[in-house]
Design a binder for this molecule. Structure first.
Ligand code: CDP
Ligand code: MG
Length: 144
């Protein structure tokens, strides 16, 4: 199994409801290492660029308004099979359909306000990491 990096975001609802630590704790407990992290916020235009793949979807305007509604915490997770393992920790997009014990099942309030983002494939992970972090931001060689 390959060591991968994936982009995670604690969305504005996760920051507002004080679950940044709970989310990070789950990543670390699962053996995913946080190799970069920063709190930031997105303008509407930046949120539209980040979610450009969804621009034709009916939820696009509401989603990008939500994603630009307050601070977020972007991080890069590293580990074996990190992309899929993060998606498993997150749970299904709709919290009503998410498995018990997943982040979205525990903390999300709606299909839109679902606490976390996670990259879905190696190519999107590379692109999304580059959206928030430069090469120099990524911690090198600290894996134990
Ligand atoms: O985040 P994930 O990859 O699980 O889902 P997505 O299908 O890539 O959708 C991106 C985001 O759009 C979701 O995380 C939700 O915040 C939002 N969304 C929504 O508001 N309504 C939907 N029916 C589907 C997604
Ligand atoms: Mg997605």
């Amino acid at each position: 199994m390959a060591v991968e990096r994936t982009l995670s975001i604690v969305k504005p609802d996760g920051v507002r409801t004080n679950v940044i630590g709970e989310v990070f704790k789950r990543f670390e407990s699962a053996g995913l290492q946080i190799v970069a992290a920063r709190m930031t916020s997105l303008t509407k235009a930046q949120a539209q660029a980040f979610y450009a793949v969804h621009r034709e979807r009916p939820f696009f305007d509401s989603l990008t308004t939500f994603m630009s509604s307050g601070p977020i915490v972007a991080s890069v997770l590293e580990g074996e099979d990190a992309i899929n393992r993060n998606r498993e920790l997150m749970g299904a997009t709709n919290p009503a359909e998410a498995a018990p014990g997943t982040i979205r099942k525990e903390y999300a309030s709606s299909v839109e306000q679902n606490i976390v983002h996670g990259s879905d494939a190696p190519e999107t992970a590379r692109e999304e990491i580059g959206f928030f972090f430069s090469h120099a931001d990524l911690v090198q060689g600290v894996r134990t």
